[in-house]
Every structure is written in structure tokens, then in C-alpha cells.
Design a protein around this ligand. Structure first.
Ligand SMILES: [Zn+2]
Length: 133
């Protein structure tokens, strides 16, 4: 089995509904998405996937949709206020935890046809969550 890993750095804000600690307040992270691709075969170039291709695709989507954006649960009562104030928001159908953000990125990469096996999200220097089906 061959594998490649690509890391994409981005910034986001969020808050976690129902959290008992400080994560219930609006705050942000300088995060890294760590995308793991695997394949039993290589392409004509001898690669699982060109780092440039996966990097451009994921970075493009992240830049457009979630970088420097506020990731919010669709159930967050702050949503109407943020929208009314002209704030940019990205609405998720679940709590915007590192696990769920990793899952969202996984599905975006998988849908584009890349042989992704796992996506991790390093939220801080010491905390990382991941998703693989
Ligand atoms: Zn957080």
C-alpha cells in the first residue's frame, strides 16, 4: 500500500453548543487539516496523487468556504444575530467540533474522487481529532 499525506493550514472560529467549559464561547483556532490518501497502485507518474493537485483542490475549497470563517451549528441561536451583523458564517448540520470538521473535509475530498482514507484536524499544538469511515 502506498500513501501520501498533505497538510493544509487555515483559521476558523466556532463555539460548541452544550459544552460545559470555555469552548461554549466564540473563539478561534489556527488549524491544520491532515489529509491521508492511500492506493495499492500508482499513476503513470509513479504517484498516489500529485501533492499539488490535492493541495490546490483542498486549499481552494477551504479558502473559499471555511478559512477565516465562523463555523456554526445550524441550531446555534447566535446565527441570526451574526448574519444580521454582516458576519460571514459557515453552517454545519452538527456541532462544529474538530471531529465533525475533519469529517466534513473527508467527505469533500472523497466526493472529488481522491483515495482519501483519513482526515485529521490539528486544532492546537497538542490536540488533534480525526475521521475515517
Ligand atoms: Zn475550539
Amino acid at each position: 500500500m502506498y500513501g501520501v499525506t498533505k497538510e493544509i493550514e487555515f483559521c476558523y472560529g466556532h463555539r460548541l453548543l452544550g459544552h460545559k467549559g470555555k469552548c461554549r464561547h466564540l473563539h478561534g483556532h489556527n488549524a491544520t487539516a491532515i489529509i491521508r490518501l492511500e492506493s495499492e497502485t500508482l499513476d503513470a507518474m509513479g504517484m498516489v496523487c500529485d501533492f499539488g493537485d490535492i493541495g490546490n483542490y483542498v486549499k481552494g475549497w477551504i479558502s473559499q468556504e471555511i478559512d477565516h470563517n465562523m463555523l456554526m451549528s445550524e441550531h446555534d441561536p447566535l446565527l441570526p444575530m451574526l448574519r444580521k451583523a454582516g458576519e460571514r458564517v459557515y453552517v454545519m448540520d452538527r456541532n462544529p467540533t474538530a471531529e465533525n470538521i475533519a469529517r466534513m473535509i473527508f467527505h469533500k475530498v472523497a466526493t472529488a474522487g481522491y483515495p482519501v482514507v483519513e482526515v485529521a484536524l490539528r486544532e492546537t499544538g497538542t490536540a488533534q481529532a480525526s475521521y475515517k469511515p
